[in-house]
Write a protein that binds this ligand. Structure first.
Ligand SMILES: [Zn+2]
Length: 133
């Protein structure tokens, strides 16, 4: 005996106990909610990582943040800034500018016995105001 299409309370027509169209919608919706929640957690986790930075890296593109952290970690471990193509500024030799990319510079300050990472500046910000480390 052929199955009969029936009309579900939602208004759709189909076969079986539940409306497959609506079941699919509900599943897609649940997936969307789960994905959004996952994204929210990932964002929260990412924001929490900034608390451990010695330099404020919030608001920078993610890859710049990661690059900065890598360079900072190596500097704090004793690496030479010249290894990262860092240069001392002419107007203040205690300030060292290390390129992270074409657009971003890590600004460090030479206290005399160590190199302290101070800030990350975009190329524009860097050119407008000379960094005061
Ligand atoms: Zn339905």
């Amino acid at each position: 005996m052929p199955r009969r299409r029936k009309k579900f309370p939602c208004g759709h027509q189909g076969y079986g106990q539940v409306c497959h169209y609506c079941a699919q919608l509900i599943q897609a919706k649940a997936l969307e909610v789960a994905e959004r929640e996952q994204a929210r957690l990932a964002r929260q986790e990412w924001e929490a990582t900034f608390a451990k930075d010695v330099v404020d890296l919030q608001g920078l593109p993610k890859w710049v943040v990661l690059k900065a952290r890598q360079v900072i970690a190596e500097l704090l471990a004793g690496a030479d800034y010249r290894q990262f193509k860092g240069k001392r500024l002419n107007h203040d030799r205690r300030i060292i500018s290390i390129p992270l990319s074409y657009d971003y510079r890590l600004i460090c300050y030479d206290t005399g016995d160590r190199i302290e990472p101070r800030s990350v500046l975009s190329h524009e910000a860097y050119n407008v105001k000379k960094p005061l480390a």
